[in-house]
Design a binder for this molecule. Structure first.
Ligand code: PEP
Ligand code: MN
Length: 350
């Protein structure tokens, strides 16, 4: 960290800054220029915060030199992390697709969804059993029973399951149901107690971007999970809130490119919650893959008009199949491959 002193700062003020740095266990380097003095803190500057210096007399401003996140930064870990979910590698050369309905509704609905997404080649299945709804009067999800329905449906095709955890008290139920990937939704990106708890388990986590979170805040949230010991973190860009009202959110593809540079963690894109309309999903999916996303998280419902949640943005299984074909070609053009689950007929033939 560097502390820039005001032009008229005196020795006593410089000494006070020095004392505060040393009290935190760091060394000090003072550089006296003709105009002003710069004080460098030498050591692990993550122990320091501008708030420790900015209020002191004679201090103009202080700033970090290193990134505030360490475990998730590519600066400290050059190789890309690959998160392996039951054989599906997220973060490698293959592009993965996670698909399924917004919410778990009934067992027949989930079975039909699983059949549809598996037939189109998705390698993982999603479905929310605990739903973060804007209105307390809206459908809140099937709860623990929904986890079982998701597990039963996905097991028909051997698909690993991805589902959202909103409350630490439900973590044991997730572990009992052997949820393959825990999703932390946009509304909980900075629920630090929840992040600490999922940081303690050995289960991959999809950390969605808070709807108004900066890249730095998002990476600091990931750092919370990593600091607990769980390094199986997948970042999911799901659109951010802007002034635009013509669509639900703005898919920030720039974030994908920036994250690929800033962090070694896999980055995935959710085109469904970004656009909020089914017809936008193919274009946004392609944009995500073109920007370098390692996977897509796509909402697919056996009968979208009847969906209990996010009906407008769900693809039908047929639309999803057509999109998978397009993504196959696009991934090849990007020098990657779309990992597609082999159909039952192919598996039986082997
Ligand atoms: C979801 O994936 O169903 C969901 C609620 O997403 P988000 O947290 O991105 O709104
Ligand atoms: Mn949804």
């Amino acid at each position: 960290m560097i502390i820039v002193m005001e032009p008229d700062a005196g020795d006593a003020e410089i000494a006070a800054v020095e004392a505060r740095i040393r009290a935190a266990g760091l060394d000090v380097h003072i550089s006296r220029g003709t105009e002003r003095t710069l004080i460098g803190a030498i050591g692990d500057e993550r122990k320091l915060d501008p708030e420790m210096f900015d209020p002191l007399p004679g201090v103009e401003r202080s700033m970090h030199i290193l990134k505030p996140y360490k475990l998730v930064a590519r600066e400290w870990h050059r190789a890309s992390t690959i998160v392996n979910v039951d054989g599906a590698a997220i973060g490698g050369n293959a592009v993965q697709v996670i698909a399924g309905p917004c919410s778990v509704e009934t067992q027949p609905q989930m079975n039909a969804a699983a059949d549809g997404v598996a037939a189109a080649g998705a390698r993982l299945m999603r479905g929310g059993a605990f739903k973060p709804r804007t209105s307390p009067y809206a459908f809140q999800g099937k709860g623990v029973e929904g986890l079982t329905m998701l597990r039963n449906a996905a097991a028909r095709h051997g698909l690993p399951i991805v589902t959202e955890l909103m409350d630490v008290r439900m973590l044991d139920a997730f572990l009992e149901q052997r949820v393959d990937v825990i999703q932390i939704g946009t509304r909980n990106m900075q629920n630090f107690d929840l992040l600490k708890e999922v940081g303690r388990v050995d289960v991959p986590v999809i950390l969605k971007r808070g709807m108004s979170a900066t890249i730095s805040e998002w990476l600091m949230a990931a750092e919370y999970i990593a600091a607990g010991g769980n390094h199986k973190i997948i970042l999911c860009e799901r659109g951010i809130r802007t002034f635009e009202t013509a669509y639900r959110n703005v898919l920030d593809v720039t974030a994908v490119a920036v994250l690929k540079r800033e962090t070694h963690l896999p980055v995935i894109v959710d085109p469904s919650h970004a656009g909020g309309k089914a017809w936008m999903v193919p274009a946004l999916s392609c944009a995500g893959v073109a920007a370098g996303a390692d996977a897509l998280l796509i909402e697919v419902h056996p009968c979208p008009p009847e969906a209990w949640c996010d009906a407008d943005q769900a693809l039908t299984p047929a639309e999803f199949g057509a999109l998978m074909d397009k993504l196959d070609a696009l991934s090849c053009a990007m020098g990657r491959t779309l990992e597609r689950r082999r159909s039952e007929a192919t598996i039986e033939a082997i």
